[in-house]
Design a protein around this ligand. Structure first.
Ligand code: MN
Length: 391
């Protein structure tokens, strides 16, 4: 019996790589559902190749185009956000792989957890924004949350067979991004083209900017806290520019286990989909002679303020990580539109954290309301010169 995958966010960078993995392991895995936001052309091509039972296009005005293109392929076509939430409950689905970018991934993943579907999680926001609700529901419904983020996959792999052994520390590695070693003055005038040149990883634009600001590592610290039930004091970030060690776990006896490999998202995707099995594949192998020196340094949190902002937001809890995440998304979008400078990103996040009062959301809907409020506030701002000020 093949494992039937529901792939949410199939047309993004992670979704496309996930389909490559499924294609290479086609005697073990098959696509049951494909869902994307608006890239109808790619969704149609993917559907014709992988022959899922159903597809969902979230942007409803594209429904007819997709429906027409797939009319003789015997594939059900649905549209809209509520269809996305309904479809994860389909009884034929064995695992839901969420590659959706942003908070749009919250509702469908929560629904999938609540109906007992195992989750392979590539969407960071799910745990950053609503980690408490998600992990509670996962425990309640006995649902495994399998990490797809490379660092968390590494930690998960280090923990395999160690479930009863106390963990002292989780050590998350960071490449440091394209501006490692630069100072705040240099960062003032960097362009999006410079920021998008990641030294090791090929990823979507938003996460590549997050990687340059170190916010990506901040989001990953929060993700790790929920996934592995760790305290923030147990989670340490170390800069490792070669990105060969994907993360580490230090146990109570002082022993440190690390997971290594070439920087590719395909291995974490495969491990989440085939867990607990390891399947052979044709991915390139790590050759140690190509990496004569693996180096480590402390992150520069004075220059790259986003990492400390994330620790602080997570420590305070409640709506803080949600506010931070939404403000960061807006700020990154503005930076990508050349409307603000690189150093304005942490300023915008801090301003929203200062202005929006602390609260403890009780439902996914309440989290999404806060997310919307941050976006509304920032849209009401005007951009003057390099800075973003309130109207
Ligand atoms: Mn990562």
């Amino acid at each position: 019996m093949k494992k039937k995958v529901c792939l949410l966010g199939s047309t993004g960078s992670m979704g496309v790589q996930s389909l490559e993995v499924i294609d290479e392991l086609s005697d073990l895995l098959e696509v049951e559902v494909l869902a994307c936001y608006s890239n109808a052309d790619l969704l149609i091509r993917q559907a014709k190749k992988f022959k899922p039972n159903a597809v969902v296009i979230i942007k409803e005005d594209l429904y007819q185009q997709v429906k027409d293109a797939l009319w003789d392929d015997d594939i059900k076509v649905f549209a809209g956000e509520s269809s996305l939430c309904d479809i994860v409950e389909m009884s034929s689905i064995d695992i839901v792989l969420s590659c959706i970018v942003g908070v749009a991934g919250l509702k469908p993943v929560y629904r999938a957890i609540c109906c007992g579907k195992p989750i392979a999680l590539a969407n960071k926001e799910t745990l950053v924004v609503a980690g408490e609700l998600m992990t509670q529901a996962a425990v309640e419904h006995h649902v495994p949350l399998l990490p797809v983020d490379s660092e968390h996959s590494a930690i998960f792999q280090c923990l395999a067979g160690e479930w009863n052994n106390p963990v002292e520390k989780i050590i998350i590695t960071a490449s440091g991004g394209p501006f490692r070693g630069k100072n705040a003055d240099f960062l003032k005038s960097v362009t999006k083209e410079q920021a998008l040149k990641h030294p090791n990883w090929s990823m979507g634009n938003k996460i590549t900017i997050d990687s340059a600001t170190l916010m990506n590592k901040g989001l990953e610290v929060i993700e790790a806290k929920w996934l592995f039930d760790a305290t923030l004091d147990q989670i340490e970030v170390v800069v490792h520019p070669q990105s060969i060690i994907h993360s580490m776990v230090q146990f109570a006896d002082g022993s440190v286990k690390a997971q290594l490999g070439l920087p590719s998202m395909k291995l974490p995707i495969q491990y989440a989909l085939t867990y607990p099995q390891r399947e052979s594949n044709k991915m390139p192998r790590l050759n140690f002679a190509d990496y004569p020196s693996l180096t480590f340094e402390k992150p520069d949190t004075q220059t790259f303020r986003c990492l400390d902002i994330a620790y602080r937001a997570s420590r305070e809890g409640g709506n803080r990580p949600c506010v931070m995440n939404a403000a960061n998304e807006v700020a990154v979008a503005l930076f990508l539109q050349d409307k603000i400078g690189f150093n304005d990103i942490p300023d915008i996040i801090e301003s929203q954290l200062a202005e929006i009062p602390f609260a403890r959301p009780k439902s996914i809907e309440e989290y999404l309301e806060i997310d919307q409020e941050v976006r509304r506030r920032l849209q009401g701002s005007v951009i003057r010169g390099q800075g973003l000020e309130r109207d």
